[in-house]
Write a protein that binds this ligand. Structure first.
Ligand SMILES: Nc1ncnc2c1ncn2[C@@H]1O[C@H](COP(=O)(O)OP(=O)(O)O)[C@@H](O)[C@H]1O
Ligand SMILES: O=P(O)(O)O[C@H]1O[C@H](CO)[C@@H](O[C@H]2O[C@H](CO)[C@@H](O)[C@H](O)[C@H]2O)[C@H](O)[C@H]1O
Length: 444
C-alpha cells in the first residue's frame, strides 16, 4: 500500500473513539495486510495495522482508509465506500489482499435483499460504541469491527448458527459478513437485519423504573417474557447436532465445576487486591465470598455445558413491537475469543441478566433518590419465565439446590468482572457492584 503514511498513524489512532490503547505509549505501527477496493466513486484500502506498545501486548485494528493530503483519512466517512463495503458482503465477493484474501459472505438469501431501496441511504449510528455501525436503507445494519482479534469471531459464528441451524428468531438475523483470510485472518464486518424503532432493554427498563413505583404487572409480564426468550435461546444452543463440534452440548463434569470455582476464587483475589484499597469495606470479607465460589465445586454435577450468550445484560436486548430480541453475541470484551467460545453453564447468562436489574435500580436510585428494593419482583418474574421455558431441558442442573448454588456463584463471578470493568471504564459506577458484593456477603 502506498497511500498510508505510517509516521502519522500513532497520532491518528489516538484521536479515534474506538482506539483502545490511548493511555499507552506506542512504539510503532506496521501494516500486516491490506487490500485495495475500487468501486465506482470509492477508492479505498482496507488495511490491518498492528500497534506495538512500549509495554504490553500488540493489538490489531482495521483501518479502512483513503488517500489524503494529511496522510490518513477514514474511508468510513465516505458514503460510497460504506456502500462498497456492503456490496462486498452482499455479492459474496472475493478480493486478493497482500497476503491473503477478503471474502464476502451472504447468508440472508434473496429475501434478505427484499425491500432494499436503491440507491441505498446511509445513516451512521450515533451511539457510543467501540466499533462503527451504519444503517443502510433502514433495513440492514453493518458493524465494521475496529479492534481485530485472532481466531473465530463468536458473534459471526453464533449468528450463522442461529440463522442457519435453528428456528430461534428472537434475534436480528445475521445476513452476512466480511472476512479476511490468511495469516492476519479476522472477521472485519457483520451485517444484520435492522430493527426499526427498537429501544434497548437498558433504556426501556430505566424509563419504567423512573415512573413506576412499584413496578406494574405489565412490566413484570414483560420480564417473564424476557426470561422465556433467554430460555428459548438456550434451547436453541442445546439443540446443536453432534456433527457441530463448536456447538454440540457436552455433559457438565465435576472438573468443570472445580475449574470454574477455582477461577472465581482467583478472580476474587485479583479483584479485591485492585479494589480493596479504594473500597476498604471489602477488606476482611474475602472468606465469606470465597465460600460462595467454593460451593460451586461441591455441587454434584448434572446438566450440560452449552454455548451461551456470554455477556448477557439489559443493553444486549432490544424491545420492538412488544417483543424482546437478544443480540450482540460477542461475549465479554475483556476475554479472548477462545475463552468466549467455551461451552459453559447457561446459568451464567441468567446471572448476567439478574445483575443488570440491580444496576438499573441502582442507577435510578442515584439519579433521584428513588427507593431501592423494587426489583425483587422483576428478578422473580424473569426467573419464572426462564424456568417455564426450559422445563425439563437437559442442560439445566437436576435439582433446585444445585440451580441456586450455581446461579449464586455465577452472580459473584459477574460481580467481580463488573468491579474490574467499572474501575477501568467508569470509576464513578464501581460503587454499584461493590455494594452488591457487600450485600451478597451479608445474605445467608
Ligand atoms: N439489528 C439492530 N437493529 C436495531 N438497532 C441495533 C441493531 N443492532 C444494534 N443496534 C443498536 O446499535 C447499538 C450498537 O450495537 P452493538 O452491536 O452493541 O455494537 P458494539 O458491539 O460496537 O457495542 C446497540 O446498542 C443498538 O442500540
Ligand atoms: O460493551 P458490552 O455491551 O459488550 O458490555 C460491557 O459494557 C457494559 C456496560 O455498557 C457492562 O455492563 C454493566 O453495565 C450495564 C449498565 O450500563 C449493566 O446493565 C450490566 O448489568 C453491567 O454488567 C458489561 O458488563 C461489559 O461487558
Amino acid at each position: 500500500m502506498t497511500t498510508l503514511d505510517l509516521t502519522k498513524l500513532p497520532e491518528y489512532l489516538k484521536s479515534q473513539r474506538w482506539f483502545a490503547g490511548k493511555a499507552w505509549p506506542i512504539k510503532h505501527v506496521t501494516v500486516v495486510d491490506h487490500a485495495n477496493v475500487s468501486a465506482g466513486p470509492c477508492s479505498m484500502s482496507l488495511a490491518v495495522v498492528e500497534v506495538m506498545y512500549e509495554l504490553g501486548q500488540p493489538e490489531r485494528y482495521l483501518l479502512p482508509v483513503k488517500p489524503s493530503v494529511d496522510g490518513v483519512r477514514d474511508a468510513l466517512e465516505d458514503d460510497d465506500c460504506l456502500r462498497a463495503l456492503f456490496d462486498l458482503i452482499r455479492d459474496g465477493a472475493q478480493l486478493p489482499s497482500a497476503s491473503g484474501r477478503i471474502v464476502g459472505e451472504w447468508i440472508g438469501g434473496p429475501e434478505g435483499l427484499l425491500g432494499l431501496p436503491s440507491p441505498l441511504a446511509v445513516r451512521r449510528l450515533m451511539v457510543e460504541q467501540s466499533n462503527t455501525s451504519i444503517v443502510l436503507g433502514e433495513k440492514v445494519i453493518v458493524k465494521i469491527i475496529r479492534k481485530l482479534e485472532a481466531g473465530v469471531n463468536p458473534e459471526h459464528e453464533v449468528g450463522r448458527f442461529l440463522a442457519t441451524r435453528t428456528s430461534f428468531r428472537a434475534t436480528p438475523a445475521l445476513l452476512g459478513a466480511l472476512r479476511l483470510e490468511g495469516a492476519a485472518g479476522a472477521t472485519l464486518a457483520l451485517a444484520h437485519r435492522f430493527i426499526p424503532n427498537a429501544v434497548d432493554g437498558w433504556k426501556y427498563t430505566l424509563d419504567r423504573l423512573r415512573v413506576e413505583r412499584p413496578l406494574g404487572d405489565t412490566f413484570l409480564d414483560e420480564m417473564a417474557d424476557l426470561g422465556a426468550r433467554l430460555g428459548d435461546l438456550h434451547r436453541a444452543f442445546g439443540s446443536a447436532p453432534p456433527d457441530d463440534a463448536a456447538f454440540v452440548p457436552e455433559p457438565l463434569l465435576q472438573e468443570d465445576l472445580q475449574r470454574w470455582s477455582a477461577s472465581i476464587v482467583g478472580e476474587l483475589g485479583v479483584t479485591l487486591a485492585e479494589a480493596g484499597r479504594l473500597h476498604t469495606d471489602l477488606e476482611g470479607r474475602r472468606e465469606r465470598l470465597i465460600d460462595y465460589a467454593k460451593r460451586l465445586a461441591q455441587v454434584s454435577p448434572s446438566g450440560q455445558k452449552i454455548r451461551i450468550h456470554g455477556d448477557m445484560h439489559l443493553g444486549q436486548v432490544l424491545r420492538a413491537n412488544d417483543q424482546w430480541l437478544i443480540f450482540d453475541f460477542e461475549g465479554e470484551p475483556a476475554r479472548s475469543f477462545t475463552a468466549r467460545r467455551e461451552k459453559y453453564s447457561p446459568l451464567r447468562d441468567v446471572a448476567g441478566m439478574l445483575r443488570s436489574f440491580d444496576y438499573a435500580e441502582a442507577t435510578v436510585a442515584l439519579e433521584g433518590g428513588a427507593p431501592r428494593g423494587r426489583v425483587g419482583p422483576s428478578r422473580d418474574a424473569f426467573l419464572e419465565g426462564y424456568r417455564k421455558a426450559t422445563l425439563g431441558a437437559a442442560f439445566l442442573p437436576a435439582d433446585a439446590a444445585s440451580f441456586d448454588a450455581m446461579l449464586r456463584a455465577f452472580e459473584l463471578e459477574k460481580l467481580l468482572y463488573e468491579v474490574r470493568y467499572e474501575m477501568q471504564n467508569r470509576p464513578d459506577w464501581v460503587r454499584i457492584p461493590v455494594e452488591a458484593l457487600l450485600r451478597m456477603e451479608e445474605s445467608p
